[in-house]
Design a protein around this ligand. Structure first.
Ligand SMILES: [Zn+2]
Length: 178
């Protein structure tokens, strides 16, 4: 009996058996109720079960590994995000400090400019006062000089007229003495 003939006989037997819906034999390999799958491979349940268990274990391991990797990635991403937020906050603080310093120096520069302007106004006012005082002093001196010159002229005129009068008196006296 060759393999083909055996297979044919087996299949025929299977077909005959499958018509009997009530009877299902208990498999002596896996212990479940089923017909032999093939005359060369009477039961695939055990192998399938083992393979399934193996695959499940493998999947479980893979899932665990994946979860671990994901957790790691998540932690890394969170740390990165935190660092980014902190860096941003630091940057903002720096910018604020810089802006405050700029504002301070701006206010200081304005105050200094105000002070300088005030000092210039005061200096100009002082110089104007001094110039006015000088002008007044000069005017007074000029008036005094004019008055002095006038007095001298008057004195000269008076002295001259006195001399003339004296000479006239002397002339008259001389004439009278003759
Ligand atoms: Zn079986």
């Amino acid at each position: 009996m060759d393999a083909d003939e055996t297979a044919e006989k087996y299949n025929t037997a299977q077909e005959e058996k499958s018509t009997d819906k009530k009877f299902v034999p208990v498999c002596n390999i896996c212990g479940e109720k089923h017909w032999p799958h093939h005359f060369l491979v009477p039961c695939v349940n055990k192998k399938r079960k083992e393979a399934k268990a193996k695959a499940e274990a493998k999947a479980k391991t893979r899932a665990k590994k994946m979860a671990k990797t994901e957790a790691k990635a998540k932690a890394r991403a969170e740390a990165k995000a935190k660092a980014r937020v902190e860096a941003k906050a630091r940057k903002r603080e720096k910018a604020e400090a810089r802006a405050a310093a700029e504002k301070r120096s701006y206010v200081k520069a304005i105050a200094e400019a105000d002070q300088k302007l005030q000092a210039e106004i005061e200096a100009r006012s002082k110089a104007e006062n001094e110039a006015r005082t000088e002008r007044q002093a000069r005017l007074r001196a000029e008036k005094k000089a004019t008055a002095y010159a006038q007095a001298r002229d008057e004195a000269e005129v008076k002295a001259q007229s006195e001399a003339v009068a004296r000479a006239t008196a002397e002339d008259r006296a001389a004439l009278e003495a003759e």
